[in-house]
Design a protein around this ligand. Structure first.
Ligand SMILES: *[C@@H]1O[C@H](CO)[C@@H](O)[C@H](O)[C@H]1NC(C)=O
Ligand SMILES: *[C@@H]1O[C@H](CO)[C@@H](O)[C@H](O)[C@H]1NC(C)=O
Ligand SMILES: *[C@@H]1O[C@H](CO)[C@@H](O)[C@H](O)[C@H]1NC(C)=O
Ligand SMILES: *[C@@H]1O[C@H](CO)[C@@H](O)[C@H](O)[C@H]1NC(C)=O
Length: 664
């Protein structure tokens, strides 16, 4: 009699449990038990270890974790879970037990009881035994690190079944046998390290063109190397006792080809070489003729400006003027006077400024034709015009921006340059002078010989500087944010007075934004380094920000665009990846977003940042969160102002300083 209601109650309870797990999952108790056993085996059977690490099947490792604030799981090591809202919310995503002195064995079956695992790191312990074939049961695995252990035996061929694998590191172990051929079929694999083992046989035919990391050095492998070599050279293959072969890294593998076959190949290569030569010659010819056309046009501009009385002057240009500013001025001495009066030298005041006195003095007596006559060197071309380095008489070097932006009227341009020059901040490079005529706008700065942030981050390694470390990047972020916040305040209405009110009601700030001037082209090529390697913002206000749909809001949307551009700059600093040449950083933002959602946040960071021990990943994550807020404030959410952004970054910086002094 009591039976049926009891069954019904059980069903209802079961249904309720199921409904609630649809909202947010939770690892099964069995899974938690398995993981505790997994850790116990990793520790060599020591029953105490799991408890010491806080791995307790009665606490939910995902309780309160995985939130955007990066708080830690109650389970020690590093355990991270999928965030609320993700399809696997409440399930474990990352198990990172690196460098914990674990000396037991890996039980893949216990590990893979966790159904949603993406990242497993057991690196830098003293684990023994093999890498079990059962690891392929962790089918969602994207990152597997077992490097720097004492693992032995063969790599299981089932590794090739991990179809989502991006990163596999088995280096610095005692693995022997062959590299599983199936791995070359894992399409997403982009990092593979197997160096410092005893692997033998040949290397599977990976498509290394898409790999970021590849190393099979210090094994007993034999050639040939994969046909698509990517960017990997000797040091990915070196010290393989039996020797490697295969072009272009090594000499060709010996083959059983007959002489006539060889001859045919040689002829074929000769054919390729000839074809290549023809193509190169054609390209060179095209480039040359394009340059000539450009010069021709440049000379035209100059002619229109200075020599309208003589329209028949030919515009063929001499090679000597290849890199000078508008070329034809010297041919029209009659108009010199007019030109020199229109170069506006901005008032210098002795306040704190990044500009050296030599350049200021040079700029003071500068006339337009001096600029034209002086030797000039092209520094770079951008969407908004080209920059030149000009050495003026007296030895000072100036940087001259030739603005290609028709949308700003002359008066507006004059007004901007004068206002930008008045606002002084140590992180802002002030314009020294500008020139403004109907077809030509030039802005003159002191030349900064230490190059741009873009060059420092993405330039060739030969620039001999060590890669920027985390404190240096945080410093740059802080300085640039401060400079931008200052200018945004100063360029709204009348500077200091509105600085105080910039956080007050939106009506006020909209009114103040009436006169706001945005940077308009904030990017890593416009962050320059002074002689003391301090970052400074260049080309402020030189171009008009992209026009907004609503005319009334176009100016404050310019400030908003600056905040967004600053977010992209932060992403560049954090990831070390460049944005597309003429792009707005959207593709970089998309990449970061997709990696954060899918994988391990740490994967987005520049490896140069992570290689140092003791670096605060948590503060990197916070800076990344600031960047994301700058970039993708969702509709309805108010995007931060530059001042708020600077506040957030300064807080991170202070915390970083504190923790460094505590470690010391
Ligand atoms: C992180 O978020 C959790 C819950 O969302 C909260 O309990 C915890 O205090 C937060 N931690 C920090 C450091 O903000
Ligand atoms: C490896 O682990 C040891 C402790 O077991 C630690 O001292 C060392 O810094 C770690 N090395 C790396 C490169 O993480
Ligand atoms: C390398 O492999 C060959 C056989 O393929 C074996 O004779 C030799 O001992 C191996 N050397 C090492 C250092 O493992
Ligand atoms: C590959 O590993 C070897 C040995 O550990 C190392 O010397 C070499 O620099 C590595 N090569 C690359 C490209 O990382």
């Amino acid at each position: 009699m009591g039976r049926i209601p009891a069954v019904a109650a059980a069903v209802i309870v079961a249904l309720l449990v199921c409904c609630s797990c649809g909202v947010r999952g939770k690892e099964d108790d069995d899974v938690l038990d398995s993981l505790v056993d997994f850790l116990t085996k990793l520790a060599g059977g020591d029953q105490k270890t799991a408890g010491d690490f806080g791995w307790d099947a009665s606490t939910d490792p995902c309780d309160g974790t995985g939130g955007r604030n990066g708080s830690d799981s109650k389970w020690g090591g590093t355990v991270k879970c999928f965030e609320n809202g993700a399809s696997n919310a409440g399930l474990i995503k990352v198990i990172d037990l690196q460098s914990l002195g674990l000396s037991g064995t890996i039980d893949a079956e216990l590990l893979c009881a966790a159904p949603a695992l993406r990242v497993v790191s057991l690196q830098n312990n003293t684990l023994r035994g093999g890498l079990p074939a059962g690891v392929s049961a962790c089918s969602g695995l994207t990152h597997l690190y077992v490097d720097r252990n004492q693992l032995s035996g063969a790599l299981p061929s089932s590794l090739g079944n991990l179809r989502k694998l991006h990163v596999l590191d088995v280096s610095r172990n005692d693995f022997s046998g062959e590299i599983p051929a199936g791995l070359s079929g894992v399409r997403g694999l982009i990092r593979f390290n197997a160096n410092d083992n005893h692997l033998q046989g040949t290397i599977p035919d990976f498509d290394l063109d898409k790999f970021e990391t590849f190393n099979v050095s210090n094994n007993n492998l034999t050639g040939p190397i994969p046909k698509k070599t990517g960017r990997f050279r000797d040091d990915s293959y070196a010290a393989n006792a039996a020797g490697m072969c295969g072009e272009p890294v090594f000499s060709p593998c010996p083959s059983g080809e007959s002489k006539s076959k060889k001859m045919r190949r040689i002829l074929m290569y000769l054919g390729y070489v000839l074809l290549g030569a023809v193509i190169v010659a054609f390209v060179v010819y095209k480039l040359c003729s394009r340059k000539r056309n450009k010069l021709g046009k440049k000379a035209m501009v100059g002619k229109d400006m200075f020599d309208s009385s003589n329209p028949t002057t030919t515009t063929t240009s001499k090679s000597a003027s290849a890199y000078s500013l508008p070329a034809s001025a010297e041919r029209s001495p009659a108009r010199k006077g007019a030109a020199s009066t229109s170069l506006v030298v901005l008032r210098r005041s002795g306040t704190a400024s990044v500009t050296s006195t030599a350049a200021a003095a040079a700029a003071k007596d500068l006339r337009f034709e001096d600029l034209l006559k002086s030797p000039a060197e092209l520094l770079g071309r951008g969407r908004y015009g080209s920059s030149y380095k000009v050495a003026v008489p007296g030895g000072a070097a100036l940087a001259v921006k030739r603005v290609k932006d028709a949308s700003v009227s002359d008066d507006e341009f004059r007004r901007r340059m004068e206002r930008v020059a008045r606002a002084r901040h140590p992180a802002v490079l002030p314009p020294l002078a500008f020139y403004c005529a109907a077809q030509e706008k030039l802005v003159v700065y002191e030349f900064q010989s230490n190059g741009s942030l873009h060059r420092l981050l993405h330039g060739s390694i030969e620039s001999s500087q060590a890669p920027l470390d985390w404190p240096a990047r945080l410093h740059i972020a802080t300085k640039v944010a401060d400079g931008m916040a200052f200018l945004h305040a100063a360029m709204r209405g009348d500077g200091a007075s509105s600085y105080a009110s910039s956080t007050s009601s939106s009506i006020d700030s909209a009114a103040a934004a009436e006169g706001a001037i945005a940077h308009g082209a904030l990017k890593s090529t416009n962050i320059l380094f002074t002689a003391g390697m301090e970052p400074c913002i260049s080309e402020y206000g030189v171009v008009a920000p992209p026009l907004a749909a609503a005319v009334g809001s176009s100016r404050s949307s310019g400030l908003r665009a600056d905040v967004r551009a600053f977010g992209v700059l932060l992403l560049e600093l954090l990831t070390g990846k460049a944005t597309a040449a003429q792009g707005d950083g959207a593709e970089l933002a998309r990449w970061v977003t997709s990696v954060i959602q899918e994988e391990w946040t740490a994967e987005v960071f520049d490896r140069a940042l992570l290689s140092r021990d003791g670096v605060s990943e948590q503060r990197m994550v916070r800076l990344l969160q600031v960047a994301m807020r700058c970039i993708d404030a969702s509709p309805g959410e108010v995007p931060p102002t530059m001042r708020e952004v600077a506040g957030m970054i300064n807080a991170i910086r202070e915390e970083d300083d504190r923790s460094v002094s505590m470690e010391a």
